[in-house]
Ligand binder design. Sequence first.
Ligand SMILES: Cc1cc2nc3c(=O)[nH]c(=O)nc-3n(C[C@H](O)[C@H](O)[C@H](O)COP(=O)(O)O)c2cc1C
Length: 398
Amino acid sequence: MANYAEPSSVQLPAALRPMLSLHDFEGAARRRLPRPIFGYIAGAAEDCASLRDNREVFAEYGLVTRVLRDVSQRSQSVTLFGQRYSSPFGIAPMGINALSTYRGDLVLARAAQQAGVVSIMSGTSLIPMEDVARESPATWFQAYIPGDQARIDALIDRVERAGFSTLVVTVDIPISANRENNIRTGFSTPLRPSLRLAWDGMVRPAWVLNTFLRTLWRHGMPHFENSFATRGAPILSPSVLRDFSARDHLNWQHLEAIRRRWKGPLVVKGLLSVEDALQAQRIGADGIVLSNHGGRQLDGAASPMRVLEAVVQAVGPDYPVLIDSGFRRGADVLKALALGARMVLIGRPFNYAAAVAGEAGVAHAIGLLRDEVDRNMAMLGVTACHELGPQHLVRRHR
Ligand SMILES: Cc1cc2nc3c(=O)[nH]c(=O)nc-3n(C[C@H](O)[C@H](O)[C@H](O)COP(=O)(O)O)c2cc1C
């Protein structure tokens, strides 16, 4: 069964017609977003070595096809934590989405829920988590661990009260990374009013009108709503300092405490080592996300694709290992599944898609990737994701 209709460019809004792959959204978003906002999304740490590795790694795996296997009845759906999802990919948590498009977190969550794919709301977001959970209850919530136990407990309790089922705890930010790019483009949190910022806005009047002023008019100045149980700093201020409360003292006991308090599925995001994966499994996390944060934290950190096989072998085939950083094509997704990943998360392209055309943009991006996965499954000779395995890959030697 060809599950999905060919994408029809006829009904698409004009802005989306040239968007033929996830790559295409980047240039279109660059033309729509003010320089600091685009720079924040696109940027990575220091020399972008990890950012590059996240893409280059895929060329090291060739796909091995099987033929004449009757692939007319195929499905790319996967089951995770008792829920069935229509595709083996989802939307990674990204902070400050509400500056990419009007009500960005709601836009991404809605589009994902409509398509039946995973979407994870970032804790560094500008829309109260309760609004997203109410509108799109299938959304997962991602938290950074606040620095002390009382605030950790209060945040976990708030996430539960809001109604989220799955909690993702990101652990790869003991301290802020060195993103020189943010300084060069004039990005900071909060944004500091300046002539340069005003100019960056003036040359993107549609964004100022449709995203920034519309938000101010209808909802007031956006604040960091979800880093803690209480409201944080505004997104624009000449003087307010954001509370980055120290996280470099955190250890596995903090995660154990979260495990005891959070009763639903718990996923630990931001691991690269076999030992950390085993530790997360031992303390009772229900799954992990292998990630180098899209190259935004430790520059030089390996692409998680390089550790995937060893991690899956250590934790066993039944333990959910998710992965992100650099995935852009259906073939990339299938390579990770063949190495044992249960699901792939994708960040920037969905953010750009929201900037280009809001919910329709995100739906289109999901559709493009879904079609790539579907076509590639047929050409690989598989009818379900669980059929993929190491037999579908060959390592290319440099
Ligand atoms: C603009 C932006 C903001 C992000 N904010 C968060 C965040 O708040 N929490 C988090 O766990 N990861 C965050 N990430 C990392 C993503 O969840 C994900 O690991 C990464 O984007 C995957 O790489 P990709 O963008 O190449 O697909 C962010 C990434 C981007 C691009």
